[in-house]
Write a protein that binds this ligand. Structure first.
Ligand SMILES: CC(C)(COP(=O)(O)OP(=O)(O)OC[C@H]1O[C@@H](n2cnc3c(N)ncnc32)[C@H](O)[C@@H]1OP(=O)(O)O)[C@@H](O)C(=O)NCCC(=O)NCCS
Length: 211
């Protein structure tokens, strides 16, 4: 099915996003045909990055399963693409996890990762802002991020954009060596988020570029 038909609900995509160094990446929701690029993206991350992920993203079976079971109502994955000559690669990946039924339909979770070559350019902030925007459009009021306590990079970014600690799941994650780690629950009221973006003078058309 052509991209535009699959993305009928997302007329603003593909969307150009300007980074701090003046380069441009393109955001759009993931489609099934992205599996090869996604496998390459996750394989190109360092072991240090991958150890923080909940799922075994180095295994193509994990990515294939995500691509086979795409359901934007449950999980909305957004990728950032960078074109270099004739080659296009994924340079960041994010996802918004919503609850379609029950007493927490106003709550959602986000996850995101940026390729090491593209860090420090505002891309992490831009993809987080994109997920917040889509969450707001879906009527989400409260956003959460579940982060392993030793993942300092993500903790730094979440704090910067206004997420606060809500609680801790003790010894909740087990790494490949059998060690247990606490998982911190961060949360954000989306109305506060938009106020904070205004305070930081973030231009939402170019959320990676802030003063
Ligand atoms: C965290 C991550 C997304 C940051 O991406 P990024 O594109 O480099 O972030 P940005 O350039 O948008 O940074 C925005 C702000 O976040 C904070 N930040 C980013 N990286 C940070 C770090 N290593 N330590 C502390 N704060 C950091 C800073 O406040 C930064 O603002 P500044 O540039 O004005 O200092 C990236 O390091 C990453 O993908 N890490 C691995 C992801 C991961 O483990 N995900 C697992 C579960 S979600």
């Amino acid at each position: 099915m052509p991209l535009n038909e699959q993305l009928f609900d997302f007329k603003e995509y593909p969307k150009d996003v300007l980074l701090k160094d003046g380069s441009v990446v393109v955001f759009r929701p993931t489609i099934g045909q992205d599996r090869k690029l996604l496998v390459e993206f996750f394989r190109s991350l360092t072991d240090r990055d991958r150890r923080y992920f909940k799922h075994d993203v180095a295994n193509p079976k994990t990515i294939n399963k995500w691509c086979d079971e795409l359901d934007y109502d449950l999980v909305l994955p957004i990728i950032a693409l960078k074109k270099n000559g004739r080659k296009t690669r994924i340079v960041a990946n994010g996802s918004l996890h919503t609850e379609p039924q029950g007493w927490s339909t106003h709550v959602a979770r986000i996850r995101f990762q940026v390729h090491p070559d593209f860090r420090g350019l505002g891309l992490g902030q831009a993809i987080a802002a994109e997920l917040c925007e889509r969450a707001t459009m879906r009527g989400v009021q409260k956003l959460q991020a579940h982060v392993r306590a030793d993942n300092k990079d993500v903790l730094g970014l979440l704090r910067r954009i206004g997420f606060r600690k809500e609680g801790i799941f003790k010894r909740h994650a087990v790494d490949m060596y059998g060690r247990h780690h606490d998982v911190i629950i961060f949360w954000q009221d989306l109305e506060d988020f938009w106020r904070r973006m205004e305070d930081l003078q973030v231009d939402m058309d170019n959320p990676g570029c802030f003063p």
